[in-house]
Each structure stands twice: as C-alpha cells, then as structure tokens.
Ligand binder design. Sequence first.
Ligand code: GUN
Length: 283
Amino acid sequence: MTQIIDGKLISTQIKDELKLEVESLKEKGVFPGLAVILVGNNSASQVYVRNKKTACEYVGIKSFSYELPEETSEAQLLELIDTLNHDDKVHGILVQLPLPKQIDENKIILSIVPEKDVDGFHPQNVGALCAGLKGFVSCTPAGVIELLKRSQVEIAGKNCVVVGRSNIVGKPVSLLLLQEHGTVTICHSKTKNLTEILKQADIVVAAVGRANMIKGSQLKEGAVVIDVGINRNEEGKLCGDVDFASCEGVASQITPVPGGVGPMTIAMLMHNCVLAAKNKLNS
Ligand code: GUN
C-alpha cells in the first residue's frame, strides 16, 4: 500500500501554528509584513504571487504588493528594493522569479538585505546553510524536509537520492538532507547510471523539471518519493517529475502533484516571514 503524503493538509497545519505565533508577535507590538514584487505578465508567476498573498492573509501577515510592468528597468527595481530594505514595516522581501530579460536576477538577489531575504536566495543565506549557521533556508527545500519529518520519515542513515542540481532546489535540499544525517547522492543530466542509483534509494527527491521522468520500475520497494516537479504533460495537465501511477504499489509514501510540495513552499515562506519578524524583535 502506498500512502499519499498530503502536502495541502500539512501546509495548513503549519500555517495554523504560524497564525498563533503571529498573534503573539502582534501582542508584543510587531506586525509581520511581506513585500511581494511581481514584474511582468508571466501567468504562472501571477498565480504563485496570488497564492502567496492569500497565505499572508490567512496567517495574519500584512502583504505589500508591487506589480510592475514587463518593461521595468533593473535600476527601477533596485530602487524599489532599496526603499523596502529601509522600511521597518517590511520584514521580508520577495521578488518573484523569473524576471524579464533586461533584469539581472543575481544582481536583484544580492540587493536584498540578507535579514529580509525570506526566499533564502542571497549568497549569505546559502553560505549559512552550507556552513550549518543560522539563516533563511529557501522555501521549497525546507518544505521537502518538513514533509518528510511530519510524515514520520527517518532521514538519518538513509540513502537519499536527489535528482536535479538547481540552486533553488537540488543543491539546498541535498545540504538539508545531509544536515539530517542522510547519505546523499546528487544525480543530474550527465549521470550515467541513474536507475542503478535510484534502486538504492530509501528517499528520492525529484527536481529535474521533466514530466513523468522517474518510473516506479526504477525505485526500490518501499522508497519514499518526494516530487518537486511542476510540469505539463502532452494533454496540458499538471504533472510532476515522477510518473505517479507506476509508483503506486512500489513506493511506501509519495507526494502528489498538485497538492504535495507546492503548498509547502508557501507555508515555509510564511515561516520565514514570521522568523524575520521574530529576529527583528530580538535584535
Ligand atoms: N519562482 C519559482 N520558485 C520561486 C520561489 O521559490 N521564489 C521566488 N521568489 N520565485 C520563484
């Protein structure tokens, strides 16, 4: 029997816990605030940003919304971020990626003060994760670990195989699994013997961005499968990097797409915003 890990349910539990923390912060005079910046008309980004603002409302975080036109210049965006960096009502700054081509994403990420980088993309926060120091952990990788923990999946000593090596997911999730004492292997497009490696995995994290690429026949019996992919199949239907149907009966636990990792990313963003506000209280 394969158990389905309900990311929507777990993310709601997390948001309910955060709601209480926000109430207690407000009693102490701190009103958590998140600036959400969307540049251009990317339709997927518009949906993500809307979901982030809805989650803020649910948790009690004030969201400050900035929707800028496609032709916004890098200088204009940098100027807005500079203003928000100095605004005491804003504890977190989120710039939805991807950005239009005239804007250098790395320059934008570097311009956000690390104390407000609730996405955990700034090299200072990435470095902190690498060195095991305090900092913001990026939301999707943090969500993967939280899903495993709240599904009672032991990570210590387990063979963890991460498929994908992106800065946003593959690399940080590998570091987090290592921090939890997993034995971690990172696979990517040049990996020669993927099936052989997957067959050894107790935990598989799929983050390659290729629809239904990983099949049940490649898994070890009883593996736990976390699917980070959000793709569209030939019929235009949302699907993950893992071929869900072929994994049923092989995996012990698996996340669905949608309703698995996706809602967790937003819950962890809310967690980071609350942390940013708490850090301000203690500074
Ligand atoms: N685009 C895709 N994922 C993310 C994310 O986690 N944060 C931001 N800011 N943009 C994204």
